[in-house]
Design a binder for this molecule. Structure first.
Ligand code: MTE
Ligand code: MO
Length: 405
């Protein structure tokens, strides 16, 4: 797998690094693709190489605290007489999105190989198709044992940390998977076979959680009584308080970031843009909230956060129903009968647009903030969100424009 191949699969990405192949979606595609990000525009985040896996030889192994450990081929997983299939519309957001604002505040950990200096484009929305993990555990493994508290996902890629090689490994609490059937083992993205760089032949898709938990190239799932011991789970994606820095950082001082909080960004105008206007400036961007919450309101301020204007609902994309189409083939008295239903969940961003009244000429600070269905909103300044590992820059997004009336 080479950088040339990445460039073939990917189109006009903002390339942050060419190894380990991290790329950000350009702002115009975030806005113009609409609710779903095209596969060739969807951001990519990798810790190591991109494994080349032969789908026919591939087996997913499920082990640990399950009744019956098992190995499943892709043919088994795709067999609708064995497992129901479903599709979920999901926004994946890297917890490093908008990290650059934190770097500008104070560089923090600053390990750019591990922590890419993302802007606003490490986010994308796609329809994934696969099998609910809960169903696979129940039907193929006879369920998990009572001691099971976490599910560990191990990817086939290797990455290096302090000169040691590891497989990518993360975990989510079992209660997240047990709660509903939207956590998928997915092989399709926007109606196309999952691209290699997004985890083919099989990836996990964890709704409402930081992108890091949606393990790509997953080849092993372990039911555990505690979180994965992999360094990605135990040493990275931790949120530290603001008195933690280089001199006193200990992984035991951080807490594991799982669910994604509410966040948003202005995509146009771009910061430092000269905007010629006749009393109104059009502002566009995205807004998302994780953990099963959804965006209810987006507000824009043209004066650094004194006066706020709310986007009208017509100027926001509709809440995308995670069209949880659930289909299966059930056998009734020896006859195969297709069967399905739809649930309404929202796990996707909303794109928004607003015309903000502006009188002044000169430098203006525009900012946006979002309110979600649990009435959470974003901290006012990036310094409130700052943390040593520079994760979840969920503060009100600020840009400066030069306004000419
Ligand atoms: N899975 C594996 N196996 N290896 C990885 O490096 N990166 C994670 C996650 N799954 C990663 C992985 C991170 S940090 C993110 S944000 C998402 O994948 C990004 O998914 P994408 O590349 O499909 O956009
Ligand atoms: Mo990420």
């Amino acid at each position: 797998f080479s950088w040339e191949m990445v460039q073939k699969e990917k189109h006009d990405m903002l390339h942050v690094l060419d190894f380990p192949y991290n790329g950000e979606t350009l702002f115009n595609y975030i806005l113009d693709d609409g609710k779903l990000t095209q596969n060739r525009h969807h951001f990519i985040r990798n810790h190591g190489g991109v494994p080349d896996i032969d789908e026919d030889a591939f087996e997913l192994e499920i082990a640990g605290l399950v009744k019956n450990p098992i190995k499943l081929s892709m043919k088994d997983l795709k067999d609708e007489t064995k497992f129901p299939q479903s599709t979920v519309t999901v926004t994946l957001q890297c917890s490093g999105t908008r990290r650059r604002e934190q770097i500008d505040e104070y560089p923090g950990d600053g390990d750019e190989l591990i922590n890419a200096p993302w802007g606003e484009g490490a986010i994308g929305t796609a329809v994934y198709r696969g099998v609910p993990l809960k169903k696979v555990l129940k039907k193929a493994c006879g369920g998990v044992l009572p001691e099971c508290q976490h599910l560990e996902f191990i990817g086939a890629d290797t990455y290096f940390k302090k000169l040691e090689a590891y497989n990518y490994a993360v975990s989510v609490p079992w209660r997240k998977v047990r709660a509903n059937e939207e956590v998928l083992l997915a092989w399709e993205m926007n109606g196309q076979p999952l691209p290699k760089i997004h985890g083919a032949p099989l990836r996990v898709v964890v709704t409402g959680y930081i992108g890091a938990r949606s393990c790509k190239w997953v080849y092993r799932i372990n039911a555990l009584s505690e979180p994965s011991f992999g360094p990605v789970q135990r040493q990275e994606y931790l949120y530290y308080n603001q008195q933690i820095g280089k001199q006193n950082v200990l992984v035991s001082n951080g807490f594991s970031i799982q669910a994604m909080p509410v966040s948003s960004a202005i995509m146009t105008p771009r910061t430092k843009e000269v905007v010629v206007h006749d009393g109104k400036v059009t502002v566009r961007g995205w807004a998302y909230s994780g953990n099963g919450n959804w965006v209810e309101r987006v507000e824009i301020s043209p004066d650094g956060g004194h006066v706020w204007y709310a986007c009208s609902p017509e100027d926001m994309t509709q809440k995308v129903r995670t069209a949880f189409a659930y289909s299966a083939i059930v056998t009734i008295r020896g006859v195969n009968v297709p069967f399905g239903f739809t649930l309404k969940h929202y796990h996707a961003w909303r794109l928004w647009k607003i015309e903000v009244p502006v009188d002044a000429e000169g430098w203006l600070e525009f900012c946006c903030r979002t309110w979600d269905s649990s009435n959470n909103t974003e901290p006012t300044y990036v310094r409130s969100a700052w943390n040593w590992d520079l994760h979840v820059t969920s503060s009100a997004h600020r840009i400066k424009i030069y306004s000419i009336n």
